[in-house]
Design a protein around this ligand. Structure first.
Ligand SMILES: Cc1cc2nc3c(=O)[nH]c(=O)nc-3n(C[C@H](O)[C@H](O)[C@H](O)COP(=O)(O)OP(=O)(O)OC[C@H]3O[C@@H](n4cnc5c(N)ncnc54)[C@H](O)[C@@H]3O)c2cc1C
Length: 364
């Protein structure tokens, strides 16, 4: 029997939009996304660097995060092909330019040795390059760069364009966007999530998915979801033809991600500062200084924007994805610094669970 109530998604950023769009593609009749600000533009996904970098980010104690990251990156071509079927001209390219992790002193070089050994033992494809070989890959690097790790299989994407494409695809397939509309509470009856409350109104739901990023813990009516904001300040520089980096560069204290629209993103701080949105001079000064040490040409570039965003962090940095303790209520949050990377895997998985589809039906 078909249920005419909508599937409701709370949060209209990368994760919420990807889920909403997939639900419609897989035959859901009625999907509503509630977004407290402007869909695509109000979350961390708009501030993010768009690096799809499970191999560079792999940590000794986080191997399952790494494995899910690789799985999600492998799903990206299919995810973008499907998106192209709906909004062809808007879909960004997957940039498979690889990534360099560079060292500028002895301590950093020893740390790269350690990271290299770990990746070799874990069968993660990686090369150890000399300073000279590193500058052959990226001529704009400073002579202070003494060595690097080269991760050929890393990728990146224009995350802003991706969010806008997902938003357009969702609307094109008949999804309803309720923008500037903050959900305050989930209404639970007999252990079943039945509706959402916003302002003085409520809407009944067939299913409810919380994809509200760092704000997920603020939604009332249920046990608070253990997600906290970790602030990241980011600078957008405008590259010139002479200062166009070939691939993302990661240093010990800064990264530089060149986007195909000419922006060079320099980031990012990681601060336990609650939802403090201020841009702080000292942090910006340090990021620019560290970036200049690695790529001297940044000194000449125009600053186009400075932003702060909130990574949705859990205690162990693992996302919270899947069915909640209440019937009809799903979580898709806590993606920490990997939400752009994880959008394909999370959206396929959640969509499959909500619609009760078999594994092979949706993506994976
Ligand atoms: C500086 C920085 C750099 C990053 N770089 C990368 C990177 O290179 N690669 C990568 O993979 N990830 C990166 N990330 C992480 C990535 O941005 C996040 O993991 C991702 O945005 C999480 O997506 P989300 O949709 O869950 O949350 P968000 O993008 O934060 O969106 C949550 C949305 O929910 C809305 N919302 C919140 N509460 C409510 C409510 N009650 N009702 C309605 N709407 C609500 C918000 O307005 C917002 O639009 C970075 C993050 C930062 C801050």
């Amino acid at each position: 029997m078909s249920d005419s109530k909508p599937h409701i998604v709370i949060g209209g950023s990368i994760i919420g939009l990807a889920i909403g769009w997939h639900l419609l593609r897989e035959g859901a009749e009625h999907v509503v996304i509630f977004e407290a600000g402007e869909a695509a533009r109000s979350g961390a996904a708009w501030v993010a660097a768009g690096m799809l970098s499970p191999r560079a980010e792999a940590g000794f104690e986080d191997m399952d995060i790494y494995e899910d990251g690789v799985k999600s990156l492998d799903l990206y071509p299919q995810f973008l092909d499907e998106l192209r079927e709906d909004v062809e001209e808007l879909v960004p390219k997957l940039d498979r330019s690889g990534a360099l992790v560079v060292a500028t002193n002895g301590d950093e070089a020893r740390e790269l040795d350690r990271q290299f050994d770990f990746r070799k033992r874990a069968n993660i494809p990686v090369e150890r390059l000399s300073g000279e070989a590193t500058r052959e890959r990226e001529p704009l690097l400073s002579t202070k760069v003494t060595s690097s790790l080269w991760l050929e299989q890393e990728a990146q994407i224009n995350n802003r364009q991706l969010c806008l494409a997902l938003k357009a695809a969702f609307v094109k397939l008949g999804g309803v966007l309720q923008e500037h509309c903050m959900v305050s509470e989930i209404v639970v009856k007999d252990h079943r999530a039945v509706a959402v409350r916003f302002g003085n109104e409520s809407m009944e739901a067939q299913s409810i998915t919380i994809a509200a990023g760092a704000w997920s813990s603020k939604i009332g009516g249920i046990t608070p979801i253990p997600v906290r904001p970790v602030k990241g300040q980011m600078i957008g520089l405008r590259m010139t033809p002479q200062s166009h980096l070939r691939q993302p560069i990661r240093g010990a204290r800064v990264y530089l991600a060149p986007k195909d629209d000419g922006r060079l993103l320099v980031g990012a701080t990681a601060e336990e500062a609650g939802f403090d949105q201020r841009i702080i001079a000292g942090n910006i000064m340090e990021l620019l200084h560290f970036a200049w040490e690695i790529v001297p040409a940044t000194y000449e570039l125009e600053i186009e924007e400075m932003l702060a965003g909130f990574r949705p962090a859990t205690r162990n940095h693992r996302p919270i994805i899947g069915k909640s303790e209440f019937e009809n209520l799903y979580y898709a949050t806590g993606h920490w610094r990997h939400g752009i990377l994880m959008a394909p895997l999370t959206s396929y998985e959640i969509c499959r669970e909500i619609l009760g589809l078999k594994q092979e039906k949706v993506g994976i």
